[in-house]
Design a protein around this ligand. Structure first.
Ligand code: ATP
Length: 211
C-alpha cells in the first residue's frame, strides 16, 4: 500500500493543504495520507501555535476524511524534525508499505538544501503539489538533474518502484498560505480554514483571533 506522509508546519492547516490531500486521494487511488506537523522545523522560522494545537487543528480539519490521519510522530521526537530521520523511522513502522513524502512546489525548489536529502529519496518517493507562484522553470541544476533521472508521470510507477521516484501531482492550484491565514486572523478578516478549525482557534484564542 502507498502511504503518503504530508509534512509541514500546519500553523494552521488551511484549504490549500486539505484540497491537495483530498485531490491526491482521488489521483493516487488507494492511499493513506498522514498529515504530520513538525516539532522544530529546521528550514524556517518557528511556528506560532504549539505542536499540540497544530495537531488538534489537523484532527478538526480531517474529521470527514477517512483516508487522512493526523500524525503525531515528529511531535514526540527530540530536536529538529529532520524528514530523512522521520522517514527512516516510518519505514520501520510500516515495513510492508511504500512511502511517499508529500511537499509543495516551493519545497521541491529548495529540496537539495534539506538535511540528508539523498536519504529521503532512498527511503520514499516524492509527491510534489503544484502551488501558485512556484514553477519548475525556477529549478536549479541539481533539482533539474534529479527530475531528469527520477520523474515519473504516471501514478502506477510509484507502485513499481520501492522509493526514489518524483511525481508532480495534478492537484488543484490553491493560492493560500498559513502566513496569509495568520495575518487575516490577526486582523479579523475572512480566512481559508474550515469552520471546525476556526472554532478551535477561537476556543483556544490562537493567532490573536477575535472572540
Ligand atoms: P507558511 O505560510 O507558514 O510558510 P505554508 O502555507 O507554506 O505555511 P506549511 O504547513 O509550511 O504551509 O506547508 C506544508 C507543505 O504544504 C509544504 O511542503 C508546502 O509547500 C505545502 N503547501 C502549503 N500550502 C500549499 C498550497 N496552497 N498549495 C500547495 N502546497 C502547499
Amino acid at each position: 500500500m502507498l502511504r503518503a506522509i504530508f509534512g509541514g508546519t500546519f500553523d494552521p492547516i488551511h484549504r490549500g493543504h486539505l484540497t491537495a490531500a483530498a485531490d491526491l486521494i482521488k489521483e493516487l487511488g488507494y492511499v493513506t495520507i498522514h498529515l504530520m506537523p513538525n516539532a522544530v522545523p529546521p528550514h524556517r522560522s518557528q511556528p506560532q501555535a504549539n505542536g499540540q494545537h497544530r495537531l488538534a487543528m489537523i484532527e478538526c480539519a480531517i474529521e470527514q476524511h477517512p483516508h487522512m490521519r493526523a500524525e503525531p510522530f515528529e511531535l514526540n521526537q527530540q530536536g529538529p524534525s529532520y524528514t530523512a530521520k522521520t522517514l527512516r523511522a516510518m519505514q520501520k513502522l510500516y515495513p510492508d508499505d511504500t512511502l511517499a513524502f508529500v511537499m509543495g512546489m516551493d519545497s521541491l525548489l529548495s529540496f537539495d538544501q534539506w538535511f540528508e536529502w539523498q536519504s529521503i529519496l532512498a527511503t520514499a518517493h516524492l509527491i510534489v503539489l503544484p502551488r501558485p507562484g512556484y514553477s519548475l522553470a525556477e529549478a536549479n541544476s541539481t533539482i533539474n538533474q534529479l527530475l531528469s533521472e527520477r520523474r515519473v508521470t504516471c501514478t502506477t510507477e510509484l507502485n513499481r518502484y520501492a522509493h526514489g521516484r518524483i511525481y508532480i501531482a495534478n492537484t488543484t492550484l490553491t493560492d493560500v498560505s498559513s502566513t496569509a491565514v495568520r495575518d487575516a486572523l490577526a486582523s479579523g478578516s475572512d480566512t481559508e480554514i474550515s469552520a471546525a478549525v476556526m472554532a478551535y482557534i477561537q476556543r483556544h484564542q490562537l493567532y490573536s483571533s477575535p472572540l
